[in-house]
Structures are given as C-alpha cells and as structure tokens.
Design a protein around this ligand. Structure first.
Ligand SMILES: NC(=O)c1ccc[n+]([C@@H]2O[C@H](COP(=O)([O-])OP(=O)(O)OC[C@H]3O[C@@H](n4cnc5c(N)ncnc54)[C@H](O)[C@@H]3O)[C@@H](O)[C@H]2O)c1
Length: 462
C-alpha cells in the first residue's frame, strides 16, 4: 500500500522532513499545534530562516502532495507517522517528555494495524519502549511486536549547513522488530536515495577512508550519502544519537579546558589546535567558544546522564563536561573583565555591544544560547548594553548595526554569523570608539586589527 505520511511537529526537523516526503512523491500531511505556523507554512513561507528549508517547502507545495493542518484528526488518512516534536530539558535539567507523550496520545487516536510509527525526536535510550510503546499499548491495545512498526530514526540535521541536510545526511534506524526495522528503513531509502547498511558492515563501508591507487596516489572515499544503517535494537538507535552529541559536548569541554590552560600559559589556543589539526588521522578538530547552546549538544547529554544515573551509573565526565560548557559564558566574561582591568578601562563607564543572539552561526535559533548568560553579566558590569543579531531584529536594540557601532566601546561577539565576520573584518576601526573586541568564537584574525584595538578571544590574546 502506498504510504501516506503524517509528520507531527513542523520545526527545524519536521518541516524539512515533511517537505522531503512530499517532494519524493508521498502524500504528506504536516501537523503542528501552532496555528500561526500552519498558516505561514501553507502560504509557502518557512518559519525557519534557512535557505534549503525555504526552497524545499516551495517545491513541496508545488507538487500538491503536502497538506498542512492544526487538526490531528486530519492525520487519520495517514499510515506512516513521524514524530518530530521538541524534547527539551526542564529547569532542573531532567528530560521533559510532555510534548512527546502528547504526540503519542494524538497518534494513538489514529493509529491502525499495519501502520508505521517513527520517532525522530531525540530521546534517551529506553524512551521508545518505556514511554511510546507503553502509551500506545495502553491507549489502543496494539503491540509493536505484531500490529504496527515502532522505529526510531534520530534526525541529525544541522540547520544553517549549506551542504548537509535532511536529504543527504546518513541515518541510523532501530525498531522493536527486525522486520519492522527493514520496512521503516526502506521508506527512508526512498527519501534519501542511499543504500541500507547493516551496522555490522559499517566498518567495511567506511574504511579505508583513504587508499593508495596503483600509482601510489592518495584517494579518498566518502561516507555513503543518504545511507541508512540498521541498528540491532531501537535502544541502540536512541543511544547513537544521545552518545554522538555527548561525544561532541565532551570534546568541546576538553578544548575549552585547553583554552583555559592557554590563557594561563599565554598561548594562542587556535594556533595550537590548527597545528594539531594537520595530523591527518584521529578525530577533530574541535574549537573552544563562549558557550555551547542549541537543542541538541546542550540538552542530549543531560538526557543521557539522567538515564544512566537512573540505571545506577553516574557519568562523571559527562557531568564535568556539561558544567565546563555551562560555565563558559562566566569564564569568558571574567576574561573580558581581566582585560579591562589590565588596561585600566572602567567597565561601568563603557558602552557594550553584544553581537549575536543565536546559539550558532547563520541560523535563527536561540535555544540554550550562551547569549542569555553573557547579557545578564554584561548588564551588571557595563554602563549600557546594546544587542544586535540580524536573525533577531525584534530582540536587537536597533535594526541598524552602524548606529550601534558608533556608540560602542566594547564589542562582544557571541555568534559568528558570516554577516558579523565580514562586517568586523571590513570595519574602519579608526572611525569608531571601540577599545576592545572580545571574540567569543575566535573567528577574527587579530593581526588584521589596528594596534589600538585590544583583541581577546577564548584562550587567545591579541
Ligand atoms: N533543531 C535541530 O537542529 C535538531 C537536530 C536534530 C534533532 N533534533 C531533535 O528533533 C526534535 C524536534 O526539534 P526541533 O528543533 O525541530 O523543534 P522545534 O521547536 O523547532 O519544532 C517542534 C514543533 O513541534 C510542535 N509541537 C509541539 N508539540 C506538538 C504536538 N504534540 N503535536 C504537534 N506538534 C507539536 C511545535 O509547535 C513546534 O512547531 C527534538 O527532539 C530535537 O532534539 C533537533
């Protein structure tokens, strides 16, 4: 039977997924609780400021395959459901499952025998069986072992990335039965066009990444685009996502530690990491920064930590890494204060301009952004604090960056949007009263700045 796809939650993950499904020929119903969002998307306006997402949405709507709705009853026509709702953490950093449970309750009302239910939201290992399957069984009496397919295919999309997107990023998938996993994987291979790989063959598929041809020339082999790797269990698929983001978080925490060591030893951490990056094997490079934000790296390790702790093991390194990264805005602002003290710049007499609200470059997502902590501290120590982010005009002090630059004494770069890098590289600093450029992303070459501008990065001085 031809699949009719229902996507629940049309955010950074769900909207590209719904568009891709429609473009690939599936009748698709996109459902979101947010009526304003549905109105916007129906008018072919992407609520996400991302070029590929906007382009694909227009394409999807022109196929006539994509219908948008705020009424879950409309999902009753579907036989394949993809849940893409948020899975944040609560104030106390415990996983917040409310959106997921709500979505599962909605699906329960329309799920039938033979349907496929896929969770793409990021969850900790055990969630699909403990919460999704249990609730479906309680609500409908259906079992994922014989009546419907329950799979987890964690999304790895990287908003703002001009190369990797929902249609080419390799995926992993796990289900509560082997047959169900293969069936769900076939659906993804139609979307992504990549091959299906068994997890036991991954090493063979990926290695060697480099090989010598007959003439002794080095050739590189790439990760198969859009491949779908079959994990042995649904918990394994959940763990891949939680752990790959945690590995990243821990690595960032570690380079943040190297930045602190570099500060103490008066080294330039970026030059050191660039030097290390020339070693052509091993992992990385990772770079330190003013803080780790976003809905994934700043959140998923908390989920994993909680799951592990509840299972009897407290993961010290993850905990330390989270604390290290959470404290980076404070460390950064203390470095800035030290710089001011060193040059006898009285902070209470300075106008500060914060550039960037988003948690990472070139996207309009502020979740868990280090900006908030930086702003709080800046409000305490400076005479006046202005803010500018082209992706958040409503939260910016003015819509005109030039006006804000004119009155700024101290610049704090929180987000390395291309816009800011180009702007700061071409700025005529002699025409401004800027004294310090604090580069929270280590993205400005200090040698390009005039001598009278004090440059400070994370783990590097000018
Ligand atoms: N943003 C990313 O870069 C990214 C990358 C990989 C994985 N993820 C994961 O994907 C999931 C979704 O993240 P996102 O960034 O797309 O979130 P988002 O906040 O951008 O979008 C979620 C959407 O779900 C809607 N929603 C909430 N509850 C709903 C319900 N019960 N029924 C229907 N719609 C509902 C919201 O209105 C919102 O529009 C999360 O688990 C996240 O961790 C996100």
């Amino acid at each position: 039977m031809k699949k009719v796809v229902g996507v629940l939650g049309l955010g950074y993950v769900g909207l590209p997924m719904a568009s891709l499904s429609a473009i690939k020929g599936f009748k698709t119903i996109g459902f979101d609780l947010d009526k304003q969002k549905i109105k916007k998307i129906s008018a072919s306006i992407s609520p996400i400021n991302d070029h590929a997402t906007s382009l694909n949405l227009t394409k999807a709507i022109s196929t006539g395959n994509l219908k948008l709705t705020a009424k879950f009853e409309d999902l009753s026509k579907c036989n394949l459901f993809i849940i893409c709702v948020p899975t944040p953490v609560l104030e106390n950093k415990e996983p917040d499952l409310t959106h997921l449970i709500d979505a599962v309750d909605q699906v329960s009302k329309v799920l039938k025998k033979g349907d496929i239910l896929i969770v793409e939201s990021t969850v900790f290992p055990g969630t699909c069986e403990e919460y999704v399957e249990r609730n479906i069984s309680k609500n409908t009496g259906l079992s994922s072992k014989k009546d419907y397919v329950l799979a987890h295919c964690p999304e790895r999309v990287n908003p703002g990335d001009s190369f990797w997107n929902s249609s080419n990023i390799p995926r992993v998938i796990g289900a509560t039965t082997k047959e169900g996993n293969e069936e769900a994987a076939k659906f993804y291979s139609k979307l992504l066009g990549g091959k299906i790989i068994d997890v036991k063959d991954v090493k063979k598929e990926l290695e060697p990444k480099f090989k010598l041809d007959n003439n002794g020339n080095l050739k590189s082999k790439f990760v198969p685009l859009g491949s779908i790797t079959l994990m042995k269990t649904i918990r394994d698929a959940e763990a891949v996502k939680a752990m790959e983001n945690t590995v990243r978080d821990v690595n960032i925490a570690f380079v943040n530690e190297l930045a602190k060591i570099s500060t103490a030893l008066e080294l330039d951490v970026v030059d050191i990491i660039d030097g290390m990056a020339t070693k052509p094997f091993g992992k990385g490079p990772f770079y330190p920064g003013i803080g780790v934000g976003g809905h994934c790296i700043a959140v998923d390790p908390e989920w994993l930590k909680t799951a592990s702790f509840k299972a009897g093991y407290f993961p010290e390194i993850i905990n330390l890494a989270r604390n290290t990264n959470n404290l980076m805005p404070i460390f950064s602002m203390r470095s800035l204060q030290d710089e001011c003290d060193k040059y006898e710049i009285i902070t209470k007499e300075q106008n500060c301009l914060i550039l960037g609200i988003s948690y990472k470059k070139n996207i309009d997502d502020l979740r868990e952004s280090p900006y908030f902590e930086v702003k709080k501290i800046a409000d305490d120590i400076f005479k006046k604090v202005d803010v500018f982010d082209p992706y958040f005009k409503d939260l910016s002090t003015s819509s005109n960056l030039e006006d804000l630059i004119k009155t700024a004494d101290i610049i704090i770069l929180v987000t390395d949007h291309d816009h800011f890098i180009d702007y700061l590289r071409s700025l005529d600093y002699q025409e401004t009263s800027i004294k310090i450029l604090f580069d929270g992303r280590n993205c400005i070459d200090p040698s390009l700045l005039p001598d009278n501008i004090i440059y400070r990065g994370i783990g590097r001085s000018g």
